[in-house]
Structure formats: structure tokens, C-alpha cells
Design a protein around this ligand. Structure first.
Ligand SMILES: [Zn+2]
Length: 124
């Protein structure tokens, strides 16, 4: 079994918390800009190499809270980002996540041209 747990606890997004809690590993994160209590995913992103550095770059840009998930490599980080993107449709994500630089990874959650869905809909 892969040792992938859920996302971390909710933390206020500031440099101290990022330095304290977030590892320098690949991973996925979600950001929340609501101040009304309750957690909402407004944005999801990933780090190919360094979650801590990536989350630090979001400090002071309007988001108040974050959760993160450390993952073993950038492929799993990309796939998790895609999973959150497709399942939660974060309102601030205007575009589908890009694959990591110099890779040909594809989103496992987008319908593929040879998928059962395509065959059903288009008889291909
Ligand atoms: Zn997709």
C-alpha cells in the first residue's frame, strides 16, 4: 500500500508556519482565502521539488490558510493536483494544471481518446 495519507491540518498562511510545518519535498497544496470560518479550497497547486519554497511564495497574496500533502515525487504531486482540480474545481484555478517541465505526464483524470466514455459517446 502506498503510504499516502490525507492533507495536513489547516494552518494560517504565513512564513513561520510554512517554515515550521512544510517539508522540502514534492507535494500538493490547497489555499483558502475565506475569513468566515470553515475551510474552502479556492486554489490548488503543487511543488515539483520544494513545497516549503512554493508555499512561501504565496505568503501575502491574499490567501489566509493552507493544507499540504508531501509526496514522493513530482509525478505523484502532479497527479494529486489534477485530482483536486477535477474533483473540487477550485474557483481560482483558471486552467488545467500543466505537466512538470520536460515530462510527458498526462492527467489520469481527463477523458482519454481511447477511454470507455469516448467510445460510448462517439462510437470510436
Ligand atoms: Zn485532467
Amino acid at each position: 500500500m502506498p503510504d499516502v495519507k490525507g492533507f495536513s491540518a489547516l494552518h494560517a498562511l504565513n512564513r513561520e508556519n510554512v517554515n515550521l510545518y512544510v517539508p522540502k519535498t514534492p507535494g500538493c497544496y490547497v489555499l483558502d482565502r475565506s475569513s468566515t470560518g470553515g475551510f474552502e479550497v479556492h486554489y490548488t497547486g503543487r511543488a515539483d521539488y520544494d513545497l516549503e519554497e512554493r508555499l512561501c511564495s504565496w505568503v501575502g497574496k491574499g490567501y489566509l490558510y493552507f493544507k499540504f500533502l508531501s509526496l514522493p515525487d513530482r509525478k505523484s504531486a502532479y497527479e494529486m493536483e489534477c485530482k483536486v482540480y477535477h474533483n473540487l474545481n477550485p474557483v481560482d484555478n483558471k486552467m488545467h494544471p500543466d505537466a512538470p517541465d520536460n515530462t510527458s505526464y498526462t492527467c489520469p483524470h481527463c477523458p482519454q481518446p481511447n477511454s470507455q466514455l469516448y467510445r460510448q459517446l462517439f462510437g470510436l
